[in-house]
Design a protein around this ligand. Structure first.
Ligand SMILES: [Zn+2]
Length: 435
């Protein structure tokens, strides 16, 4: 089986379940879907270098994780169930202060491995040592939008440093020439980046056509501090600095009021919902999905980093999103399964401008096969319901990204080494920090 992985060759996936019937998929050497439907295998077999058996699995577009700090996989399970300030100040920040580029490379490889295993083919990341993260993504073969976490703490000197670091990262990633990896800008949040810094981000984004990835209104404190210091709410501050637009993805958005939702809709901002992280960190309010939906905002899904989740499984995230919205806003009909699936696929792809997220001839071949020979898909009354409410990422059998097979029958080449190296790096990081 080894010779099917990561090849730029045309191939066929036979016998998948697509649009309520059996079908085959022909994937061209250009990384795009050539044909999908019944009889495709017969029609295209002469053009394929190899074929794989889908075993009747359900085919879906690859999932898109729109808010991560991938290398935080190294912090998984290191500290949980603590008061937020203590958790950050005593546990998370000291570890992060000791992170090296090598740690980020190994942590990001582990994150990519975990995402592939649970059906994610693209992610939107904000962290440090992003050149090392990019190297990891390049080796793993999935797509990523990578932003350096820009934090100037209202100091001009620090701002100059962050601007240089951002410009250097954009240059390095562009020079890699991997069309699956795009640079983005990552102003951390309004309480860590000055208005001058935000304005620089807005101008640079417009000039270079770069996405912006930011945290927005995660906690009530963020809103209260903004109102008492600036007499404005967080979304208004971002808008005044020019940061809100259709290149912008705002994560969390738990404490938006109605007017801010309307503003985000008007500006075309994409919102990444992170329900597991929000619940774990007890932010005490769910993102107002119903208002954002009414305002036409493109709402997608993200896991956040592994310290506050503690995995990268978007199947779980879909379920928790659908449950949290219902529970918080007292509505059994809010965020039905179909909308949760849309958030994790099409909406995420749109937010990142990937051109993926649908299974049609000509679109990039980013797709996953979900087993039907599992308890979570038995019985098969309603595939969408099963995917959101019953399955987790363990039901994913095969993953194709950009026309390349990254996992088949749950085998990913090189997995053992990635696990061993990440585990060692995580232990070493704790040792260095606590000595
Ligand atoms: Zn975050």
């Amino acid at each position: 089986m080894d010779d099917i992985f990561s090849k730029n060759e045309p191939f066929i996936i036979e016998n998948v379940f697509f649009n309520d019937r059996n079908a085959d998929i022909f994937i061209g050497g250009d990384g795009r879907i050539g044909s999908i439907g019944p009889g495709t295998a017969k029609k295209c077999s002469g053009d394929a270098a190899f074929s794989i058996d889908g075993k009747g699995a359900l085919v879906l577009p690859g999932l898109v994780n729109t808010h991560t700090h991938a290398a935080m996989t190294l912090l998984r399970g290191y500290a949980d169930d603590m008061p937020l300030q203590e958790w950050l100040a005593d546990k998370i920040w000291p570890l992060e202060a000791n992170l090296t580029g090598k740690d980020v490379y190994l942590g990001t490889k582990l994150a990519c491995l975990e995402m592939i295993r649970s059906g994610t083919t693209a992610f939107n990341d904000m962290y440090f040592f992003m050149e090392d993260a990019a190297r990891a993504v390049d080796e793993m073969g999935i797509r990523a939008t990578l932003a350096y976490g820009f934090i100037d703490l209202f100091s001009e000197e620090k701002r100059e440093h962050e601007i240089k670091a951002t410009e250097n990262m954009v240059k390095t990633i562009r020079a890699m020439n991997n069309p699956g990896i795009q640079p983005a800008l990552g102003p951390h949040a309004i309480y860590t980046v000055s208005p001058e810094g935000l304005k620089w981000i807005a101008g640079y984004s417009a000039g270079e056509d770069l996405p912006i990835h930011i945290h927005l209104s995660e906690t009530e404190k963020e809103v209260n501090d903004a109102v008492s210091q600036w007499k404005k709410r967080p979304a208004e501050i971002l808008d005044e600095c020019g940061v809100l637009g259709d290149r912008t993805i705002a994560a969390h958005c738990c404490w938006l009021n109605r007017e801010e939702c309307a503003l985000l809709g008007k500006r075309g901002v994409h919102v990444s919902h992170n329900p597991v992280s929000n619940m774990k960190l007890a932010v005490n309010r769910a993102m107002p999905y119903h208002w954002l939906k009414e305002e036409g905002v493109n709402v997608c899904l993200g896991t956040d980093g592994c310290a506050s989740n503690n995995n990268l499984d978007l199947f779980e995230e879909m379920k928790v999103a659908a449950l949290l919205q219902k529970f918080s806003w007292n509505s059994q009909t809010l965020l039905p399964a179909g909308e949760a699936l849309h958030m994790a696929t099409t909406a995420g792809a749109r937010a990142l401008g990937l051109g993926t997220g649908s299974l049609t001839a000509g679109s990039p071949a980013d797709l996953i096969l979900v087993s039907r020979h599992t308890a979570c898909n038995t019985p098969f009354h309603n595939p969408v319901s099963n995917l959101v409410y019953s399955c987790n990422g363990g039901a994913v059998e095969t993953v194709v990204c950009n026309g390349r097979v990254l996992m088949h029958e749950r085998v990913i080449p090189g997995e053992e080494k990635i696990l061993a190296e990440a585990s060692e790096a995580a232990f070493d990081l704790v040792k260095r920090t606590t000595q």
